[in-house]
Design a binder for this molecule. Structure first.
Ligand code: ADP
Ligand code: MG
Ligand code: MG
Length: 894
């Protein structure tokens, strides 16, 4: 760092593009300042300074002087100086990272008040009550966030004073009571910290700045970042902003607003307002807020001005914005704006609305929604009613259908979820400490707070179902129960159902039905019909555009005719992976497979294969029919054969019991010997895939014959079957060559005897690292590659997929070794590198080589972008992920 580094920027110096440096809040405060909106003046300390602080354990040397310089300018602009005993300038010290982390970090208001300036403030404002209210808030916030004192100590002391005055509302306390509160708060500070609350205004400010830096690493911020995949080294900016006061009387207040409904995307006036209040009061559910429209009656001037600013902001940001504002004695001040979080449904609806309003084009609309959001819209919904009793209706804060056992604390939610239970977290209101419980729960139910309350905002951000403000419920968190208006008591562990789209709450489990978006994919809803909902219309428009833009084809992994047909309705352009193992599992087939495995000689084996062949043929016939005209990649048998035999221990017991009874079973004895003989300690690395094809004579030939005969039969029936034959687990071209020859021989025989020409592509999976590294040679014998990224990940990392995730992945995630499981999202640097090497080598050996991927990653948004970048031809994923992959492939191409 040079000695002339700039660590501090005035609000007038930045703009909305500088989020990385100034944080989201700072960048947008600057943007609003430069738009000429009424923002109280202030300055932003950069994220660079925070990173420096976190790295070095202290602030950069020049910071102090730069803060002084900007503070002096601020004092000059305001005509007051910080903490001046006669007419104090007060400031807020606010956190603000580049990625929005609502409520995750700390903010301190009213910095600059002390035993003297509190009197100056009272005199200037003409209100003793206001000054003491502001002072008690400072000590409370400062004590909690800067000095690390348990906030409940302050809450309890405050409640005690209210109780002494026989009231529940802070509004009933007068200046004298509030100065009593201040005295008690100061005692708490002294007792908890062995020091007095600092009287020096600048010391207050500096300590608060460092506390904001430190809050970057608070537990809840760490949890939030992990969940939202926000890098842990980005750091937060700090905003120092002149205070404006919503707690100056009933002509003042504070509020939050959205330019559209963040739940549905509908246009209108959405928000909450609270008179004579400051800061977080409005979202904390301290008193009941009024809907924003009521501000029209309370303060027409401020309301009109706010509406004007909101529409200007929406036009300027070309998106839904959320806003924090304060009215100080009828004067409106803007304290924050940002492009607002929204539900998945609203994201789609708003994107197409903005297109219709001419603010964005369709490309931009596609960019503004995500595959994860689309996946959320495909979750089932409640069928209203059922047997369950409706307990109440709250506010529909974040849509979805959640069923689970009621739990009343974050800790219980985590504990129950760890045991594998679905839970619904029930709270009076949530606060940032409830985050881990909200993550663990299926849904969140609160009895207080509106659509902008903490629970609602955080749940929407997470895509979690939430009903808030169910005021009829009496929630007793200590007693671990709640009571409904009809007297029903719901205890911890009782099953409840909550509907985040309607706000309804039921006792018991309500049945679910498919979402309208799924019904649209199924062809049951016409997107152009009059009565079709906005969500379906928007999804249809956006996916249609994504389909036009994408270069990647999307196929599906399906091995039944039903799945094939569904995937086709969902837009699949063929089957990328048809596994044949389930074809060996039906009750009529088990015996035949056993016979095959136990076969005494060639003849015995061949007769078992001959019996299996027609069954397989029938399976393929139906799948080719469902996918008529589209490619169907059939993978020859992959899993080790003993997966089709009874479990070793179980069988041993059975044999032993039979012997004990004196009736030994010859068949079972032979079976047991075979199972013993085939036992492998590392089956995933054992006799499977192509190895099986090479070792068990006739097995692959039987499968190829079934495929070829089914194709001929379809052709004879006038169909257009397009089979592709895929050899699994190849590591060396010699393996593939041997199977390929056999395959071609069988194909020729079948064609000859049917008098029909079918010429399936013959290709291989690339799922063993050696195959990726020798892909150039392998391509000589393969007409296509399909990357089996599950096995490829398993073998590249040396992770047993069936064991490691439960065993230790959470520790790897905690330690930051990876940010997300490599089985969930492709590890670009390692596994992705192998994919890239193989794709390049394969293509240069055979330019028309077809390249696809058929692992779990085919439906993962980030991985789809990677496969687009390395130039694959298609991705293949489970039927329900097909629309997600279509959308993400379109987004990748933009
Ligand atoms: P968060 O990131 O949690 O929203 P903020 O920094 O926005 O935290 O501040 C918390 C609360 O204090 C908000 O309600 C905000 O509007 C209010 N606030 C912050 N700065 C000021 C100020 N200078 N004057 C009045 N209210 C403020
Ligand atoms: Mg805020
Ligand atoms: Mg595999």
């Amino acid at each position: 760092m040079t000695s002339r580094a700039t660590w501090v920027y005035d609000f007038s110096e930045g703009n909305k593009e500088q989020k990385d440096l100034l944080g989201g809040k700072g960048a947008n405060l600057a943007e609003m300042t430069n738009l000429g909106l009424p923002v109280p003046p202030g300055f932003t300390i950069t994220t660079d300074a925070c990173r420096y602080y976190l790295e070095h354990g202290g602030t950069p040397e020049e910071l102090d002087a730069q803060v002084t310089e900007h503070l002096t300018a601020l004092e000059k602009a305001m005509g007051k100086s910080l903490g001046d005993p006669d007419d104090p300038l007060l400031v807020s010290v606010r956190s603000g990272a580049a990625a929005s982390m609502p409520g995750m970090m700390e903010t301190v208001l009213n910095v600059g008040l002390n035993d003297e300036s509190v009197r100056g403030l009272a005199a200037q404002a003409g209100s003793e009550r206001f000054a003491w209210d502001s002072y008690r808030r400072l000590i409370q916030m400062f004590g909690k966030t800067v000095l690390g004192i348990d906030g409940e100590l302050f809450d309890d002391a405050f409640d005690e004073v209210k109780r002494e005055q026989g009231t529940e509302s802070d509004l009933d306390l007068d200046a004298e009571h509030l100065s009593d509160v201040v005295a008690r708060f100061k005692t708490i500070v002294r007792e908890q910290c062995d020091r007095d609350f600092p009287m020096d205004p600048r010391e207050q400010m500096d300590l608060a700045i460092n506390a904001v830096f430190d809050s970057w690493n608070s537990d809840r911020a760490v949890i939030y970042r992990r969940r939202e995949r926000i890098p842990s080294d980005a750091g937060t900016a700090v905003n120092v902003c002149a205070m404006v006061f919503g707690n100056l009387g009933m002509d003042s207040g504070t509020g939050v607003a959205f330019t559209r409904d963040p739940g549905s995307g509908a246009q209108g006036v959405y928000g909450d307002y609270l008179q004579n209040a400051q800061g977080e009061d409005v979202v904390a559910g301290i008193r009941n807020t009024v809907p924003l429209v009521d501000l029209q009656g309370i303060d027409r001037g401020a309301y009109d001005q706010l509406m004007g600013i909101m529409s200007r902001l929406e036009g300027h940001y070309r998106d839904l914005c959320d806003i924090e504002f304060t009215v100080e004695r009828n004067r409106l001040w803007m304290l924050q704006t940002r492009v607002g979080k929204r539900t998945a449904a609203a994201a789609f609806v708003i994107a197409t609305q903005l297109v219709d309003e001419g603010l964005i084009d369709m490309d931009e609309a596609v960019r503004r929604v995500t595959g994860d959001q689309l996946a959320q819209l495909m979750f089932p919904r409640f069928v209203s009613g059922g047997d369950a009793t409706q307990l109440t209706q709250g506010m529909n804060a974040s849509p979805g259908a959640a069923v689970g056992r009621a739990v009343f604390s974050s800790e219980e939610a985590v504990r129950w979820a760890d045991r594998g239970e679905d839970v619904v977290l029930v709270r009076r209101e949530t606060n940032p400490d409830d985050l881990s419980g909200m993550i663990a729960a299926q849904g969140v139910l609160t009895s207080r707070g509106g659509k902008t309350s903490h629970a609602a905002v955080v749940a929407r951000g997470m895509g979690k179902t939430c009903v808030c403000g169910a005021e009829e419920l009496r929630v007793d968190t200590k007693g671990r129960k709640f009571t409904a208006p009809d007297g029903t008591v719901v205890d911890e562990g009782d099953v409840i159902s909550i509907d985040g789209s309607t706000g309804r709450v039921w006792l018991g489990e309500v049945p679910v039905e498919p979402s309208s978006v799924v019904r649209y994919f199924e062809g049951e809803i016409d997107p152009a019909a009059e009565d079709t909902d906005d969500i379906v219309r928007s999804v249809h428009r956006i996916l249609t555009h994504a389909d036009e833009q994408r270069r990647l084809d999307v196929r599906t992994n399906a091995d039944t005719p039903e799945d094939s047909a569904r995937a086709r309705r969902f837009g699949a352009q063929g089957i990328g992976l048809c596994r044949t193992e389930h074809m060996f599992l039906g009750s009529d087939r088990r015996k035949l497979v056993e016979k095959l495995i136990l076969a005494d000689g060639d003849e015995d084996r061949q007769s078992a294969l001959d019996a299996l062949e027609p069954l397989q043929r029938q399976d393929f016939l139906e799948i080719f029919e469902a996918m008529d005209g589209l490619p169907v990649t059939v993978r020859l048998l992959d899993p080790p054969l003993h997966e089709f035999l009874p479990d070793l221990t179980e069988l041993s017991v059975r044999v032993a019991l039979a012997e004990e009874r004196g009736e030994p079973d010859e068949g079972n004895l032979r079976l047991l010997a075979a199972v013993r003989g085939m036992h492998e300690s590392n089956p995933m690395l054992g006799l499977r895939g192509v190895r099986l094809g090479l070792v068990v004579p006739g097995l692959f030939a039987m499968q190829v014959r079934a495929i070829a005969e089914a194709a001929c039969e379809r052709k004879l029936a006038g169909g257009d079957p397009r089979p592709e034959i895929m050899i699994p687990l190849v590591g060396a071209v010699q393996e593939l060559e041997a199977i390929r020859e056999e395959t071609q021989r069988v194909l020729a025989e079948v064609c000859e005897s049917c008098g029909i020409d079918v010429q399936p592509l013959i290709g291989t999976m690339i799922e063993v690292p050696r195959a990726a590294l020798t892909a150039g040679e392998i391509a000589g014998s393969a007409e296509f590659f399909s990357f089996g990224t599950n096995d490829l990940t398993q073998m590249t990392w040396g992770f047993s997929r069936d064991d490691v995730e439960a065993a230790f992945f959470h520790q790897y995630l905690d330690k930051g070794i990876f940010g997300i499981s490599p089985f969930e999202s492709l590890d670009r640097d390692g596994v992705g590198r192998l994919v890239q090497i193989a794709a390049e080598a394969g293509r240069s050996a055979r330019p028309d080589l077809k390249l696809g991927i058929c692992g779990e990653h085919g439906g993962d948004p980030d991985s789809v972008h990677f496969f687009h970048e390395v130039g694959l031809d298609y991705v293949s994923c489970s039927p329900f992920r097909v629309p997600v992959a279509r959308l993400e492939a379109g987004r990748a191409a933009l």
